[in-house]
Design a protein around this ligand. Sequence first.
Ligand code: FAD
Ligand code: SF4
Length: 480
Amino acid sequence: MAKANMQKTKTPMTELDPAYRATCFEEVAGGYTLEEAVNEAQRCIHCKNHPCVDGCPVGVPIPSFLKELGEGNVGAAYAIVKDANALPAICGRVCPQESQCEGKCTRGRNGEPVGIGRLERFVADWALANPEEAAAAQQAYAEQTGADVAADDFDYTGKKVAIVGSGPAGLTCAGELAKRGVQVRVFEALHEVGGVLVYGIPEFRLPKALVKQEVSAIEGMGVEFEPNAVVGKLYDVEELMGEMGYDAVFVGTGAGLPSYLGIEGEALNGVCVANELLTRVNLMKGYLFPEYDTPVYAGKHCVVVGGGNVAMDAARTAKRLGADVTIVYRRGRDEMPARAEEIHHAEEEGIHFQLLTNPVRAFGNDEGWITGLECVRMELGEPDASGRRRPVAVEGSEFTIDIDMLVISVGSRTNPLIAQTTPGLESTKWNTLVTDEETGATSVPGVFAGGDVSTGAATVILAMGAGKRAAAGILGYLRK
Ligand code: FAD
Ligand code: SF4
């Protein structure tokens, strides 16, 4: 094994200049060269109990992949990652590694952790650029480890499973089932496949061509996709399992229903929720205007309300559409739920922050367009149920920001459609589906669920982990 590289910090990765990237939708982070990747992989000291693996919701055998990469065996490293993670090019870009694998890495106790996410991205990008070599490496790995062989010898030929929703939970579940010979069809409400990966996360963080390639790989495994199919309207779950002949159904419909502020003026023109702005730009290719005829209005002076990753994405998108953007958030910087890297990127790109500030009223002109937002200053009081200090309004501190666009990004909820149209399907008061944590089984036999639809808005990798567990649960159900 190559000698460990004891460099305390991660091997730097190139990024586009902030002033330039704030004007376009090109991907911000540049990725590693082979030399940089090998150098970074060699920072792994292969510690005995490898805590990084416990931090990975899909259980990528991280030290094994880093060992191969550290020795320059990119194909072998890729095959190890891909066997555990169906969407490595995506996870390498968007996973919050700082609170998962990298958050547990031993090297992080005295310096920076190994850049596991960057390395996952590197091997995945290599595979997309070298598909034949990647396939050969996967084949060799499968022969060596029996990795592709089903854990049971049951013949699933002729078994049919319907997947509802094509986000990371549905895609992962589909891939896992197809590997075992199950016939899988994915029903997706929108015209594009990929869930939040295509309609939510912006191009500059996750290029859509990449998502397409990962989806094609799943299609290559025999999975069929039916876009423009809203289950609960076009078909319901009972029909899928009845006349349509599916043996089981996996529900991975996410949590795409937006929350609003509940303040006066929210119905004015020039007010929208973050998902609406992001979907217009992503799915209608607004980021390619004028090449695609989809101008998206983001105003000249735009306020984005919220402090999470979605707020950062919306703010950075509005900036790229030409607006001067301010984020208004009711707590302080330390309490912002967005990843530190996203906040940093937003600051670098010239987004302004009004922290400890809460909107109380939007007002507009005679034509019904928003012209201003009245806000109040906040201070932090005692911790609330979430453990974070509760923001309390400072009396008499009201002030106004002149704006022509307001983007609301204060969370999203689960759509109740599937629960409402599936008799006996148990859900919580937040509309999330009640599932068995191990198998994803719901209260209706043969119906499984996972991802944001059961946890509420969470992360890509948690949705993938749920999709993987549910696939195992479905296989167990089919065997019975
Ligand atoms: P989704 O990705 O939401 O997919 C659900 C799919 O089901 C959608 O395509 C939807 O159209 C479809 N659907 C819904 N109802 C029906 C129906 N009735 N019939 C058929 N289809 C239906 N997570 C990270 O880890 N890192 C990030 O950087 C990150 N950034 C984010 C940025 C944004 C803007 C957003 C909104 C979320 C972000 N997340 C991020 C969260 C992450 O994307 C989600 O947790 C994850 O996509 C959930 O996966 P899912 O498969 O459960 O659902
Ligand atoms: Fe390597 Fe860090 Fe995992 Fe240890 S915890 S095996 S150093 S990546």
